[in-house]
Design a protein around this ligand. Structure first.
Ligand code: SF4
Length: 384
């Protein structure tokens, strides 16, 4: 059956809006605007540039002045265009512009909240679970997210993944036959050039024991221009390739993001989203539901909701665990199961992902299981 592009376009036009350009970039040509290189080069890094995009608050001013000591600011023009210039609580702004609260290190905050360094058999590879590894290939990102768990590494030029580190990582994966799944991560894996990504994929695909790769990237959200036709054409050669991305709010679901996801899906990639639960950004079941519905329209499966980690300087983003359970309770049964991700806490210190669910089991006696459904109505299931 022929692929009906008109139907897809109807979805795009009906549910997604193009991103309007603020005055500062009005004169940029479409060619520049749609170039990921241009977007990277023109990232908003100074207060002078930021003030041309938004009305900067006093708190943001002060936090920016101190941000060089903690975590630099860098925002692509595309992502900056999504910010509300007059609302300092805009969800896009909260994720990209420094706030004073970042300077506060809470007593429970951890430098390496997930214990990733502890489980490194060689620098750059975290091997925690039996059959899969996390492979750090760069410490750069298109944008520096204020809630980043890996602040200690990201944007630190001294911790950039060298060629030796890459080769040592590949050698470890090659000799460890129990690994079948490799998460190519960073930083943002798409901060690597196409050639470097292809080199990694071709090396991994040549190993008999490697079955699937996942590419971890937020570029679909912060720099969708990165998903070029050439890049997708290259990926096609190495399928199955899973893309794990990180949309946090429906405002991030634009026509540009839709197009980037469409190109990847058309190239045969399977797309999954890993949302982080963030206070003041998406700690609301309605917002999460709207986000997940938009993701499904973009052919992205809502995969995880992560409880915000105990990383340093992000405690202002952390919600009570009850909030995550409440969101799942308000999704499960009330909308299609495809729009209900797993809610997990990535256990501090390296315990791995632990799933949490509202309690649907009332009682269990012998063969009798008393359960409740999403509306709270009780039912009995009898084992044979
Ligand atoms: S893209 Fe990911 S790794 Fe990079 S700053 Fe954002 S959250 Fe951190």
């Amino acid at each position: 059956m022929a692929y009906d592009i008109k139907v897809v376009n109807t979805v795009r036009e009906r549910h997604f809006k193009p991103t309007p350009r603020p005055e500062i970039w009005k004169d940029a040509s479409d060619k520049d605007w749609n170039s990921w290189i241009w977007q990277q080069q023109k990232r908003v890094k100074t207060m002078e540039q930021l003030e041309k995009v938004i009305k900067v608050s006093e708190d943001e001013h002060q936090a920016f002045a101190a941000s060089h000591e903690m975590f630099n600011m860098a925002i692509t023009p595309y992502y900056a265009s999504l910010m509300d210039p007059n609302d300092e609580n805009c969800p896009i702004r909260l994720q990209s512009v420094p706030k004073g609260a970042e300077l506060h290190i809470a007593p429970d905050d951890l430098e390496d909240p997930l214990g990733e360094e502890r489980d490194m058999p060689v620098p750059g590879v975290t091997h925690r679970y039996p059959d899969r590894v996390l492979f750090y290939t760069t410490h750069n990102c298109a944008m520096y997210c204020r809630h980043c768990t890996r602040k200690r590494k990201v944007a630190d030029p001294d911790s950039a993944a060298s060629s030796k580190m890459l080769e040592d990582g590949l050698a470890y994966i090659e000799k460890t036959k129990s690994i079948r799944d490799v998460v190519i991560s960073g930083g943002d894996a798409l901060s690597n050039s196409d050639d470097r990504i292809e080199y990694i994929l071709s090396r991994l695909r040549a190993m008999d024991h490697i079955e699937v790769f996942r590419i971890g990237t937020r570029n679909l959200v912060t720099l969708p221009q990165r998903i070029t036709d050439d890049f997708c054409k290259m990926l096609k050669k190495y399928q199955p390739v899973f893309i794990h991305t990180h949309f946090n709010h429906p405002k991030e679901c634009t026509q540009e993001a839709f197009d980037a996801c469409a190109r990847l899906a058309d190239a045969g990639c399977v797309l999954n989203n890993q949302m982080v639960l963030l206070k003041g950004i998406n700690d609301d079941a309605q917002i999460v539901k709207e986000l997940n519905h938009k993701l499904l329209l973009m052919r992205v499966r809502p995969y995880y909701i992560f409880q915000c980690d105990m990383a340093q300087g992000i405690s202002h983003f952390r919600t009570p665990v009850e909030k995550g359970l409440e969101i799942i309770q308000k999704l499960r049964g009330w909308t299609s199961g495809m729009a209900v991700p797993h809610y997990v806490i990535d256990a501090p210190g390296g315990g791995g992902k632990i799933p949490l669910l509202p309690n649907y089991l009332i009682k269990h006696e012998g063969k009798k299981w008393i359960l409740r459904n999403y509306k709270g109505v009780e039912f009995t299931y009898m084992e044979p």
